[in-house]
Design a protein around this ligand. Structure first.
Ligand code: SF4
Length: 386
């Protein structure tokens, strides 16, 4: 089997070609792994890939370095673990991000399961079109990518909000999924798809108002910091990537693991980071300088990359003041961080373009050689990001 590059989101059945082999993205139901599944995924990454895993910004798990020869055996392992969709269509449509802080009885998992059961009632949607379920005690996914968003409204009830719209449509647990399906059809019927692509936010920005929108969402809260939460303990990894041994060690703790769009992992019901101290590859200190960095794999791991990224980000890390973020992107696509960072460096043929409080696609030249950036100790100050 051969696979083409880009234009869609990879999955397990349809992996993406990268510089170090195929990237297989596993869309975990409820963005969660049981300890058994986590152990199985660690084994599978070692056997069928290069042993490297990563969390995507939609809380999916990526296995890197899979070969065309090993892909079939990997799919068999995923099926055994209950992590393989029936076919490509089912996999492509199951693009559901759920708040990692969902709690039993808050309705989040019911909505996710109801939506999963009705995916075939959705119209054909662009590959990147996704759904967000963010109805827990706090609205934490405001910055996470998603086109149709189930949230809490300011009055405490449920709302369905088109991404980019200020207001959402009040719904109940019973009407939420039928309303979501209707809003997906509204998106298509109102010209949301152009040449196979399109996002809800772009349609709303064209001045087209979604139907029934009357209630503002509850106030958004910023992404959490590492450490103890009511649901468990949050830990992080360098650039969201980790080796299979780390995942195997986390699985051995015996707790379910939830992935987050902040490339952190939440270890359910684990009290504090002390139990993690012997596991290599984890970041548990919320003040760790690497947490200020965002960087995609870059060259030579991505065919689109115009330069290496993580070595530069690493060398610049000492210049990033606490509380600020640096994003180094191998091209204008900005996979590692779709949002704006305080300072964004985007690779081009002449070096890196600098953007202040900008997302990667908005950053334009001039380009500066990486060495010039490395010798500029006032990079943040001079560019107004501090
Ligand atoms: S942003 Fe990075 S990972 Fe994404 S396509 Fe560009 S070089 Fe590749």
């Amino acid at each position: 089997m051969s696979f083409e590059v880009k234009g869609w989101c990879p999955g397990a059945l349809r992996p993406m070609v990268s510089g170090d082999g195929l990237v297989v993205r596993v869309r975990l139901p409820l963005c969660q792994m049981t300890p058994l599944q986590a152990a199985g995924l660690a084994r599978a990454a070692q056997r069928h890939g290069n042993g490297q895993l990563a969390i995507s910004n939609r809380a999916n798990l990526q296995l890197r370095g899979v070969t065309e020869a090993s892909h079939r055996a990997l799919l068999d392992d995923l099926a055994t673990l209950g992590l393989l969709d029936a076919d490509l269509t089912a996999e492509a449509r199951r693009n559901i991000l759920i708040s990692p802080f969902w709690a039993t009885g808050d309705g989040s998992t019911d909505l996710a399961q109801d939506l999963t059961a009705r995916l075939m009632d959705l119209p054909d949607l662009p590959s990147k079109f996704g759904h967000v379920i963010d109805i827990g005690a706090t609205r934490v996914l405001a910055e996470a990518s998603g086109d149709l968003r189930l949230e809490r409204g300011i009055t405490g009830g449920l709302i369905l909000r088109a991404d980019g719209a200020d207001l959402g449509q009040p719904v109940t647990k019973q009407t939420a999924i039928p309303a979501l399906i209707a809003l997906a059809h509204w998106f298509v019927d109102n010209g949301g798809i152009i040449q196979g692509r399109g996002r809800m936010r772009a349609l709303i920005q064209r001045g087209i108002a979604p139907p029934g929108a009357s209630e503002a969402p509850a106030a958004a809260v910023p992404p959490p910091t590492l450490g103890q939460t009511e649901t468990g303990t949050l830990t992080a990894f360098e650039y969201g990537s980790f080796p299979s041994d780390t995942l195997a060690a986390l699985a051995a703790l015996g707790h379910p693991l939830r992935l987050t769009p902040w490339r952190m992992m939440l270890i359910e019901r684990l009290s504090g980071p002390a139990a993690l101290s012997s596991i290599p590859g984890l970041i548990t200190d919320p003040a760790h300088p690497l947490l200020r960095l965002r960087a995609c794999p870059g060259a030579p791991f991505c065919p689109q990359a115009l330069a290496p990224t993580r070595p530069l980000a690493h060398r610049l890390s000492a210049l990033v003041p606490p509380g600020l973020t640096l994003h180094v992107s191998g091209c204008a696509k900005g996979c590692a961080h779709p949002q704006a960072a305080d300072l964004t460096l985007v690779a081009g043929l002449g070096g890196f373009a600098i953007g202040i409080a900008a997302s990667a696609p908005d950053v334009t030249g001039p380009f500066h050689p990486a060495e010039d950036l490395l010798t500029n100790s006032n990079l943040f100050d001079q560019n107004g990001a501090a």
